[in-house]
Write a protein that binds this ligand. Structure first.
Ligand code: FES
Length: 101
């Protein structure tokens, strides 16, 4: 699946991944602002992204444990996801994710 990241500098980077989490793909490719400090267990929120509204259907919305983490983040909104919780499958091909500040 192709996944496009928009960094906080408005840089657009499109990556291609076949498996694993979106966070791992971003970290492996050095996407600025995606740190993945907790290793993908939904406990650090350093992988926070805002899904493009029209892509929400593909990624789904945040799960309950994500929402609990995101509540601690002032920049969270209804399009927020922790991208370690998004698995790369064909279903999310073409999504655009804005790296949260
Ligand atoms: Fe820590 Fe996603 S990598 S919450």
């Amino acid at each position: 699946a192709k996944i496009t990241f928009i960094t906080s500098d408005e840089e657009t980077i499109t990556l291609e991944g076949t498996s694993g989490s979106v966070m791992a793909l971003a970290v492996d490719n050095g996407i600025p602002g995606i740190d993945g400090d907790c290793g993908g267990v939904c406990s650090c929120a350093t992988c926070h992204v805002h899904v493009a509204p029209e892509d929400m259907e593909k990624t789904g919305s945040a799960s309950e444990i994500e929402t609990d983490m995101l509540e601690l983040d002032d920049n969270a909104d209804e399009y927020s996801r922790l991208c370690c919780q998004i698995d790369i499958t064909d279903a999310i091909d073409g999504v655009v994710l804005k790296v949260a500040k």
